[in-house]
Design a protein around this ligand. Structure first.
Ligand code: C2E
Ligand code: MG
Ligand code: MG
Ligand code: MG
Length: 287
């Protein structure tokens, strides 16, 4: 049954790949149930964005946030994106859902600006999936969301993955350059977990590397993870990129990252992703 399958998938943790494999094994009928529920989720407004603060390491101020999608299912409660993003991506529904995310994120920035809650250096990051990025009119969609919400484009950061880059490097660079000309910036998400080569990194008009949480998790215990983080930070600093560490849960992890001059971090140590109202409250105290 679809609900049992989804439940198991949730239990399998945050790992999107593990989910993806499980989702592929679902019977066709189960997949259809999830797909039709997701279609309803889009039309009935069951998606929400939550916001996880990004903290500047040297002064502990909120300098940005990452928008993370949440599915408030009418019976099953809050469902994790790791379990439904792959289904959206597979079915093509990511195109409408992704557009909703971008629009909602820009409107969120608009509301924060209207409430005089943002400093000029604030950045809101939005996750972009491969199929969404590959659309021919992707640049125009972003442009329109920025225009409709009347925000300066510089508040927006698009998080792309190494898998997007390697699919088509020339198309990736072209779109990034067009969006950059508008003022949008780019981060590579989950850096170090994909297959992009360092020569790609040099060619991309990037602003930020996000150090994947899988390296942060054991960095105070596992010398290999510590060394990988040192290497990523050194690489990023040499390429004049900003470094944001993900999944910082413990003070010891933060101390390690601060010593390396990592610029910013996000993680449960400061706050998980929270609903808009709660994020506004965090901004009031943490700017
Ligand atoms: P991501 O972009 O790498 O996002 C970071 C994930 O780590 C989020 O999970 C976040 O809640 C979680 N996290 C944050 N701090 C900590 C921590 O201290 N410890 C641990 N263990 N986890 C932490 P979430 O919200 O479940 O999202 C999972 C993935 O789903 C995201 O990974 C991203 O790839 C995808 N995703 C989320 N929202 C969107 C969206 O709007 N569009 C697309 N295309 N993908 C999305
Ligand atoms: Mg992300
Ligand atoms: Mg990430
Ligand atoms: Mg991640």
């Amino acid at each position: 049954r679809a609900d049992i399958a989804l439940y198991r998938v949730k239990e399998s943790g945050r790992n999107g790949i593990a989910f993806f494999e499980q989702a592929m094994q679902l019977a066709a009928s189960e997949r259809l149930t999830i797909e039709s529920e997701l279609r309803q989720a889009i039309t009935q407004g069951q998606f929400q964005l939550h916001y996880q603060p990004q903290i500047q390491a040297d002064n502990h101020r909120i300098v940005g946030a990452e928008a993370l999608i949440r599915w408030q299912h009418p019976e099953r409660g809050m469902i994790s994106p790791a379990s439904f993003i792959p289904v959206l991506e597979e079915s093509g529904m990511i195109l409408s859902a992704g557009q909703w995310v971008v629009t909602e994120a820009c409107q969120h920035i608009r509301r924060l600006l209207d409430g005089h809650m943002l400093t000029e250096n604030f950045r809101l990051s939005v996750n972009i999936s491969p199929r969404q990025f590959r659309q021919q009119d992707f640049v125009e969609q972003i442009e329109q969301a920025i225009r409709d919400s009347a925000i300066p484009a510089s508040y927006l950061v698009l998080e792309i993955t190494e898998s997007i880059v390697i699919q088509d490097i020339n198309d990736t660079i072209a779109k990034m350059q067009q969006l950059r000309a508008l003022g949008v910036s780019f981060a590579i998400d989950d850096f170090g977990t994909g297959y992009s080569s360092l020569s790609y990194l040099k060619r991309l008009p990037l602003d930020t590397l996000k150090i994947d949480q899988s390296f942060v998790r054991d960095c105070t215990q596992d010398p290999n993870d510590a060394e990988i983080i040192r290497t990523i930070v050194a690489l990023g600093l040499n390429l004049h990129l900003k470094l944001i560490a993900e999944g910082v849960e413990q003070q010891e992890q933060l101390d390690f990252l601060v010593k390396l001059n990592c610029h910013a971090y996000q993680g449960f140590l400061y706050s998980p992703a929270v609903a808009e109202d709660d994020f506004m409250r965090l901004l009031e105290v943490g700017r």
